[in-house]
Design a protein around this ligand. Sequence first.
Ligand code: C5P
Length: 207
Amino acid sequence: MIIAVDGPAASGKGTLSKGLARHYGLPHLDTGLLYRAVGWTVREHLEAADFEARAIAAAQNLDAAHLDDVELLISARTGVFASKVAVIGPVREAMRAYQVGFARQPGGAVLDGRDIGTVICPDADVKLFIQADSKARMERRARQLEARGENVDRYALYHQIEERDARDMANPHGGFYQASDAHLLDTTLMGIETALRAAVAIIDEAM
Ligand code: C5P
C-alpha cells in the first residue's frame, strides 16, 4: 500500500504522515528532508554563478539513507534553502530514483512532500492533499520551532512561509498541485489527533 501525502509548508503533513506510518505499520519518507539536505550543502553559494551546478552535484551525491542531522535540517532557514534548490530540474531528477525505490519496497510506504501524488507515485493507492490556512500554518510552525529552542519572529515566519509556497507553486519542475484523484483534507481547525482520524477514515474507505 502506497500512501502519498502532499501539501504546502507547515500544513501538518509531516506529523500526519508519521502517524499514518505508525497506524498502518509502514515505513515513512519525508521527502522535504532530501531537498533540505541539498539546500543545506550549498547554503553558502546561493549567489554564486555556479549555484545550479553545485546544487545538482550535491543532489547527485546525496546519501539519502543518512540524513542524520534532522534537527539542523528542519530549521526554518533550511526550508528556504531547500525551496531554492527544488526549482532546479536536474536536482529533482537526481532524487527521484531514491524516492521511487523507497515507495516500491515490499509492503509499501508513506511518502510526504509536494509532488508525491503527481510525479513520484502517480499510481499511489491513496493520495491525500493537506491544506490549512496560512495563519494556522505559521502558528503551528512557530510553536514547533519554539519547542526546539529557536527564537521566532512570527511576522517574518509568516512571510517566509508565503514566499516559500509561492516559489513552490510556481516551480515549473515541481508538480505541486492537487492530483485529480487526491482527497483534500483541510486541517485548519483540526488538532493532530482529529486530523489523523480523518485521514485514516479516508484511507480505509478508499482501500
Ligand atoms: O516539506 P518541507 O517544508 O520540509 O520541504 C522543504 C522544501 O523542499 C519545500 O518548500 C519545497 O521547495 C521542497 N520540496 C519539494 N518537493 C518535495 C518536498 C519538498 O520541492 N517533494
